[in-house]
Design a protein around this ligand. Structure first.
Ligand code: NAD
Ligand code: GLY
Length: 364
């Protein structure tokens, strides 16, 4: 069973197929894009679990393929990782009119998308996301990037995939903590633009996290539909797309202050960041306090952190967090950009946040 969602971007339009069993259909779904040998880029953890199923599906459809398996983890999304991937792709014999497949989480998707964008001045690629975060966020919308010493995702490009295949059955092998971290991005869609969906998550989020297939398909498909619609209206983040960064300004600062370590996964930082964004909104009398309570309760119910105090280890100081925020790529003309909200489902972009209110929220 799968749902098709279209990302309407004129000549760069593509379909997202979200469901259970999509991987087994990959050969048929990708055949129209594939030519010559198709490199399949993955990481070691994903490859042992899901590469064979994908290769079987490709081979059954007559698609020649060649795996490229990289080390797992954020470190692979680097200049060194890009160089070794580009070398392997060139050696794979991929043609300019061919296709590259990314099978993995956001690290593999972002790196492969970037390599596909620059190799031979642009080769088509397909996203087959295997983490919840990648299924609901990073595989859709064409943002690709690598990290540098100066920060995360500072070098990259927009390069839209030709198709996205999100098979929720691949999530059964994902460590529960990674699954929950990805779930924070699902909550983000309800919090930023759809209070009905937030209500659905309050009722069904535990099922999504514990592994109910139908609940997962609905959560992934609805999230992708929301992101597809936003990206179709604002592909290059001139305005509305910035709403997808709800919780991220705070989250990135928390990730930086905790050394991008096991103390805080990206999605966990987004969870705390969303709670801080709503608390700041309530402090500025923009958002009902009850919405802050609902968000924090829901995050905690599914096992996510909802406050700085929930992060293990020494508490990062407010000044340190604010200094990290100033380095965020979303800071413009020395002003920090925030996504605040007038309530669940009503997010907006602003640079108008008094320093004392920000300091107070980060110190509370
Ligand atoms: P990830 O790709 O590192 O995956 C997390 C871990 O899970 C890794 O160890 C991976 O090997 C493992 N894994 C993946 N799928 C698995 C599976 N099915 N079973 C078992 N293990 C599995 O991380 P992520 O959370 O998917 O993505 C984070 C990255 O995404 C960051 O680099 C972030 O910057 C990027 N991102 C990009 C966008 C975008 O719009 N492009 C949006 C959000 C995040
Ligand atoms: N993950 C935010 C975006 O794609 O714009």
């Amino acid at each position: 069973m799968s749902v098709r969602i279209d990302v309407g971007l004129g000549p760069r339009s593509y379909a997202i197929h979200a469901g259970a069993g999509v991987l087994a259909q990959a050969g048929n779904l990708l055949a129209q894009f594939a030519g010559g040998t198709v490199p399949v880029v993955s990481d070691e953890k994903v490859a042992v679990r899901h590469l064979a199923a994908l290769q079987n599906a490709l081979t059954a459809a007559g698609i020649q393929n060649r795996p490229i398996v990289l080390p797992p983890g954020e470190g692979t999304k680097s200049f060194a990782g890009l160089e070794s991937l580009c070398t392997a792709l060139l050696e794979s014999g991929v043609e300019r009119g061919g296709l590259i497949i990314a099978l993995g989480g956001g690290v593999i998707g972002d790196l492969t998308g970037f390599a596909a964008g620059v190799l031979k001045r642009g080769i088509a690629f397909a996203q087959i996301p295997t983490t919840l975060l990648a299924q609901v966020d990073s595989s859709v919308g064409g943002k690709t990037a690598i990290n540098t010493a100066q920060g995360k995702n500072l070098i990259g490009m927009f390069h839209q995939p030709r198709i996205v295949l999100a098979d929720v059955t691949t999530l059964t092998t994902l460590p529960p903590r990674e699954l929950r971290a990805g779930y924070a991005e699902v909550v983000k869609y309800g919090a930023l633009g759809d209070d009905n969906f937030f209500g659905w998550l309050e009722a069904n989020g535990a099922k999504v996290v514990s592994g109910d297939t139908q609940a997962r398909i609905h959560a992934v498909a609805h999230s992708c539909k929301m992101k597809a619609d936003i990206v179709a209206r604002d592909e290059r983040e001139a305005g509305e797309r910035a709403l997808l960064n709800l919780g991220h300004t705070f989250g990135h600062a928390l990730e930086a202050a905790t050394g991008y370590s096991e103390r805080l996964l990206h999605g966990e930082g987004v969870a705390v960041g969303m709670a801080l964004a709503l608390r700041l909104s309530a402090r500025l009398n923009l958002c009902p306090v009850n919405d802050v309570v609902r968000l924090e309760r829901h995050l905690r119910t599914v096992g996510l952190p909802a406050a700085i105090a929930d992060i293990p280890g020494p508490r990062p100081a407010a000044d340190v967090l604010i200094a990290h925020m100033a380095h965020d790529k979303k800071a413009e003309g020395g002003k920090l950009t925030f996504i605040l909200t007038r309530g669940l489902g009503k997010a907006f972009v602003t640079q108008d946040v008094p320093d004392d209110a920000l300091h107070e929220i980060l110190s509370a």
